[in-house]
Design a protein around this ligand. Structure first.
Ligand code: F6P
Length: 599
């Protein structure tokens, strides 16, 4: 920090708190100037003036090959973007994260999800404690359970083999295992059926348990806090379903009561042993993780237990090894060749300097259908912030809206807007050289679409080209594609557990890079708390005695605006006596009511 105009680190704990490079940094101003130059340049021109661009603007890490040449940047723009990252203290912050410093300042916690994939013989400490032995102790216990279920030695309480595993959790306790189970379906034991319940909508648990035999079903209740209302309500309904089904099922003579049944059919993944025990789950069947793992970063922890049961411990460890490849790359590669850093700064370029509000993730893999939803939480819960690490309102844009769908389906839905709409949507294409299903012609066609889309977005089709095809002049404009629409292309040989781990780590660290530049804490999520508290309060009004306000239908409920009060009255008035919510009232325990604890 030799720049005399630079305010310097703010406070003594430099590595904990971002230096808020943001809009105060000289590089920011330089990038704004750069944007006015680059905005007028077309990718066609950039490729024409540098024929080697498509092979020079690439970087590799592990099995991943990133082509970032179809971005609206030149060498000077990239240099400035990387200088901005340096100005924000990115190198120091990376080290602070890997060193177990409490960089999650609003919760005073370390951020050590990288320790979840650290090798057994390594060490990573926080608060003077090496966490790696604990990580491997839990992984070993998970492996024992996974092997027992997969081999058939873990039996249900009536002696039947487990054939169905139902993961109950929400947010980070659902999206990761659900996404990865789909992604690695081809590596899973097809004799086991995995289902995921997350929504408090009773339809979710109803459909997930439909046609399952309770005697052959294992529930994995995942909740870091074990206070999340949706998860507790679903877990209680699952417990009722299990006990009722066992008591009435063909093996009822062997049903030895609730305690035994819950011990054989429920396991928990949590940091909260007390509430797990209160629920009735044997602490011996609890798989621990730690407060230094954020929910959305928890797939490689015990939250991945249902995935491990599906794909087996060895494949799970391959996935962890994949994560680790990118962790090591992120920590050691120069920024110019560092995939998460490059993706991060390119995202900042579009968000802050070219005005993009959204970004799309387009995996050309049916197996990665849930990747966009997974990355939505990872990105938007991490960087959807408007105050910086010092609690000051930021004066620059932060995280974009992230969305997407697999190709080629998306092409027949929203790609029209990507090609000819009026907003800029930078996209990430993800694809693979080979598919394991053996239907080569399908795979070639899928991949042809991927490459064609990135090419068409970048280069478009000029009015002259359209006119040259002999089209009636009046129709030329509608068939013209401006192009100049940026994309990254990330490819690997095939989708396997290691490559999945690499892709997830790539995005985790990209998001971290952006959070550092924006000066926000990417590891808290206070924005989801208000809605939780409000819902618990309204639940009481929906299912409880009529409130004083409702006795007088003309009066608004105290504390509610007139719209919310009217909606609550409407809802209550529509309940038939048999369907009144109080007749099937979800039990919200005390712990759920105080579910303000951050995850
Ligand atoms: O949606 C908010 C959130 O706190 C997420 O961050 C988290 O992944 C999810 O709820 C589930 O929390 P828990 O694992 O504690 O049930």
């Amino acid at each position: 920090m030799s720049d005399p105009d630079w305010a310097g680190p703010l406070g003594s704990a430099d590595s904990l708190v971002a230096m808020s490079a943001g809009s105060e940094a000289p590089e920011w101003t330089a990038l704004q100037e750069r944007a006015s130059i680059v905005a007028g340049r077309h990718l066609r021109e950039m490729f024409a003036s540098d024929p080697g661009r498509g092979t020079s603007m690439v970087a590799t890490a592990g099995d991943l090959y990133l082509d970032y040449s179809k971005n609206r940047v030149d060498a000077e723009t990239l240099r400035l973007l990387l200088a901005l990252a340096r100005r924000a203290g990115l190198a120091t912050r990376i080290e602070a994260m890997f060193s177990g410093e409490a960089i999650n300042v609003t919760e005073d916690r370390a951020v050590l999800h990288v320790a979840l994939r650290a090798p057994r013989d390594s060490s990573m400490s926080t608060g003077g404690i090496d966490v790696v032995p604990g990580v491997h102790r839990v992984l070993d216990r998970m492996a024992m359970l996974a092997d027992a279920v997969r081999s058939g030695s873990w039996l249900g309480c009536t002696g039947r083999r487990i054939r169905n595993v139902v993961n109950i959790g929400i947010g980070g306790s659902d999206l990761g295992p659900a996404m990865a189970y789909d992604a690695l379906a081809d590596f899973s034991d097809r004799d086991l059926s995995l289902r995921f319940v997350s929504n408090v909508d009773g339809a979710d648990i109803t459909e997930a348990t439909r046609a399952l035999d309770p005697a052959e079903t294992l529930f994995v209740v995942c909740s870091k806090t074990f206070t999340t209302t949706e998860t507790l309500v679903n877990a209680r309904t699952a417990r009722d379903w299990l006990l009722a089904g066992l008591a009435a099922g063909p093996d009822r003579a062997l049903f030895g009561g609730a305690r035994d049944a819950i011990a054989r059919h429920f396991v928990a993944v949590s940091t909260n042993a007390a509430d797990v025990t209160e629920f009735g789950i044997d602490p011996a069947n609890m798989f621990e993780f730690w407060d230094w793992v954020g929910g959305r970063y928890s797939l490689p922890s015990a939250i991945g237990l249902s995935l491990m049961i599906a794909i087996g411990p060895e494949a799970f460890r391959d996935m962890l090894a994949g994560y680790r490849l990118i962790d090591e790359h992120f920590r050691s590669a120069p920024f110019e060749a560092n995939l998460p850093v490059l993706l991060g700064v390119l995202g900042v370029w579009y968000r802050n300097f070219l005005g993009a509000q959204t970004t799309a993730i387009l995996p050309y893999s049916h197996y990665l259908a849930r990747l966009p939803a997974y990355l939505q939480q990872l990105d938007m819960e991490s960087n959807g912030k408007s105050v910086d690490m010092h609690g000051r309102t930021v004066n620059h844009a932060t995280g974009p809206v992230l969305w997407g769908q697999p190709g080629t389906n998306g092409q027949h839905a929203f790609f029209q807007l990507l090609h000819q709409g009026t907003i800029l949507v930078p996209v990430d294409f993800i694809g693979f050289a080979r598919a394991r299903h053996g239907l080569e012609s399908h795979h070639h066609l899928l991949s042809a679409n991927l490459f064609a889309q990135s090419e068409a977005l970048a280069f478009g089709r000029t009015a002259d080209e359209v006119a040259a095809s002999g089209l009636e002049p009046a129709l030329v404009a509608a068939r013209t594609f401006d192009g100049n629409r940026p994309s990254n292309t990330i490819v690997a040989d095939e989708l396997n557990p290691s490559v999945l781990g690499q892709l997830i780590a790539l995005y985790e660290h990209k998001i971290f890079v952006q959070g550092v530049i924006w000066g926000v804490n990417s590891f808290d999520q206070w924005g989801v708390e208000l809605g939780k508290v409000a819902a618990v309060r309204i639940l009481g009004e929906l299912q409880g005695d009529r409130s004083a306000a409702e006795e007088d239908a003309n009066q608004d409920s105290p504390g509610h605006d007139s719209s919310t009060a009217a909606l609550i009255r409407w809802y209550r008035s529509r309940q038939t006596s048999s369907a009144r919510p109080s007749s099937a009232r979800p039990q919200i325990g005390l712990t759920a009511r105080r579910n303000l604890s951050a995850t």
